[in-house]
Structure formats: C-alpha cells, structure tokens
Design a protein. Structure first.
Length: 391
C-alpha cells in the first residue's frame, strides 16, 4: 500500500493508515519518496540502532543557493557518524548530564507556574506555556540573553519546515533566510563569549575551540543551533499533543489528578501515543537486511516512530491512552547512537508543565477544537486553546 504523507486526513490521524502499512509489511518500498519504510517496532528500532545505517550529509545543490542550510547541517552531530559525531556530541554532552539537568528542575517548575499565573482564560497552551518555557530553558542553558529569545522560535520554525516530505519554494526561501540570520547571531554571540566568558554552554564551546578536541567556528554555530532547535521544538509539540490526548481521556486525567506520582509515566505515554517526531531517515553504508528486506548501499530507509509506538506486538491495546502503561519502550526519543541528547531535560520540562497545569485548575478543558499543523514528520498543533471554565 502507498502512504500519502500530504493527505489532510492522514495528517489529522495517521495511525489507522500506519497500522495498515505495518500489517502489510514491517518494511515496504515507498515509491513517491524513494525510500523504504520501517513500520514495526522491531524494524524501526533496528534502523535506529544498526551501525551500518547512518547519517551521511550531502550538500544540497546548487551549493551556493543552499550554503546557509548546508553549513548548519554539514557541521552538526545529527548529520554525522563517528568519529566526527563522537567528538561533537562529547563536547556538549556534559551540559545534559543527569546531575546538571536535575539541578534545573526547581527553576523549570517555578517558570511553568509563573507562565500559567500570567495566562488569561482561555489561554493557548502552546504560546502561553509550552513555547516560552522550552525557549527559556534551552536559551538559559546555552546563554542566549533574555532580550533576544523572542527571535529563536521563528527561526527554528522556519528551519524545521525543511524536514517535511515536501515543501513549497516559499518555505525553502524562509528556511534559508532563517539559517543565515540564526548563524550570524550565534557567531556574534560566540565572539562575545570568547572575549567575556559566562557560565553557559556557548562560553564552554567557545573555550574549547582551540583545544585538543577542536571545535571549528562553523561547528560551534551548528551545534548551538541544533540544540536550540531540537531543545524546544520537540518539547513544545510533545506537550501540545500529550495534553490534547489527556483531555480526550477524562478517566486518565482524573486518575492523574488523584495520583501525581503518575506524572512521569503520563509523560512517557504522551510521547508514545502521539510522538512529536514521526519519521527519521538513515542511509545504508553497506547492504543491510532489515525485516527480511535488503537495503542496498546508498539506499534510504525511514523509521516510522509513530507506527512503531503503536505496534501491538510490543504494546498491549496500543490505541488506548494509558498513563499507567508499564513497560513503555517507546521510540519517541530515538535509539542508538543518535538517541536524543536532551531527553533528560525534555522530561523535566514536560513533567513541570504538566504538573503546573494540574495545579492551575481542577476543571481544565479544551476551549476550541485544536487544529493540526499541516505537517507529518514534525507532528504538532497550531494552537491548543484551554479554559478553566467547567461549563
């Protein structure tokens, strides 16, 4: 069967079609994109973990036109394999160490509560809580001044539209402009931190540029932008989709209100049930067999994370939203070498935001029907309007 990634009905609810695809074959050829699709939990997990499948960046052509986009991706860890991936990831990994991130928990919780206290009624979960919380946390970690943080989300939103299966020329032009402006900004900020270091990640990365683990200027810029994009885009979309799912299951919401110890498990179920990232592509460095299908050298195979997270071979009654699900081996944060570096921070943000929402009102409901953004790879709502009014 053929999946139409642009069909509005599919974008609104992709899970029935993904289930049919998975039942048809764990790995199948998708002619419109020229890629194999891995739809089962086992095959998607194998795609993410098999070292013969990797990320091997090739500059888009014409190279002069695509130069700002190519520079950011050529020099970031997500588009590289060892040894470059290892070097780049090691340089930023300490900032996401469990102990360091855990120290942020009280501040993140306080920020979430403050944002909700300032929100009106009704309010938009995304613009009033999820976006400012995520941007504040990752910008604080990197050292972006508060006065500049309003610029980050528009830049990020423009760039990530390039990751969809298809794009308009206008979206591509906007992405290129955002890449250039974002890179210029981070380069200037890194120069400031080189001259006057502060206690932030950009200062740390600037300080090691001439050390034994050399980080070039382009690598510094690309690494910072990757963290800023990935560090808030997925968190915002996960909270939006997760809260909508929770509000559509009032029995689960009531159970969560009665037992706050279930908040961490609820977050994991939110990510499983409606993951913010649905497709991740790998390229075969050599012929590799996945699910009985041999991917030739140079062939591309996409792990369909939403399909994997609804595989009945792994998840009992996968269409049921269950905040007590245990175990819950979802692939929402990826797996293997490229497992999400910021997963511990994302979990803290999401737990803080959900707890703040539960504290904010005992009668929180959807004020209007949320509308999905017309994208599949990055699954998101354009707005999630909530109200504390019970009637």
């Amino acid at each position: 069967m053929v999946i139409d990634f642009e069909d509005p009905d599919f974008i609104r609810d992709p899970y029935p079609a993904l289930a049919r695809l998975r039942e048809h074959a764990a790995v199948s050829w998708h002619e419109p994109t020229g890629k194999w699709l891995a739809a089962s939990h086992a095959t998607a997990g194998a795609v993410l973990r098999d070292r013969r499948l990797g990320r091997f960046w090739q500059d888009r052509e014409p190279s002069e036109w695509w130069a700002p986009f190519n520079m950011l991706h050529r020099n970031q860890m997500m588009e590289n394999e060892p040894p470059d991936h290892t070097r780049l990831r090691t340089l930023v990994a300490k900032a996401f160490g469990r102990g360091h991130v855990e120290r942020l928990r009280p501040a993140v919780a306080a920020s979430a509560a403050s944002l909700l206290a300032a929100a009106g009624d009704p309010f938009d979960l995304l613009t009033d809580l999820a976006e400012p919380l995520a941007v504040t946390v990752i910008a604080e970690l990197l050292g972006v001044p508060a006065a500049d943080r309003h610029r980050l989300r528009p830049w990020s939103a423009a760039i990530v539209r390039m990751y969809e299966v298809s794009r308009t020329p206008e979206a591509e032009r906007e992405a290129l402009a955002a890449c250039q402006e974002f890179a210029d900004y981070i380069r200037a900020l890194a120069a400031e931190r080189t001259a006057r270091p502060e206690n932030d990640l950009i200062s740390h990365l600037a300080a090691v540029r001439d050390g034994s683990d050399r980080l070039s200027g382009d690598e510094l810029v690309a690494s910072a932008i990757l963290l800023l994009n990935a560090g808030h885009e997925a968190s915002v979309n996960a909270l939006g989709g997760g809260v909508v799912a929770l509000l559509h299951h009032p029995d689960q919401l009531a159970r969560l209100r009665d037992d706050r110890s279930l908040v961490p498990a609820a977050i994991e179920e939110m990510i499983r049930y409606d993951p913010p990232l649905h497709l991740f592509v790998r390229t075969a460095a050599a012929p590799v067999t996945i699910g009985g299908v041999t991917i030739p050298e140079g062939g591309e195979i996409a792990a369909l994370l939403g399909a994997a997270n609804h595989d009945p071979a792994v998840f009992a009654d996968p269409g049921r939203f269950d905040i007590t699900r245990d175990p819950n081996p979802h692939l929402g944060f990826g797996a293997g070498l490229h497992f999400c570096l910021g997963a511990p921070l994302a979990r803290i943000e999401l737990q803080a935001a959900l707890s703040a929402l539960l504290d904010h009102s005992p009668t929180l409901v959807l004020a209007t029907d949320p509308v999905h953004r017309p994208t599949f790879v990055l699954r998101a709502f354009t707005a999630v309007n909530l109200t504390t009014q019970s009637g």
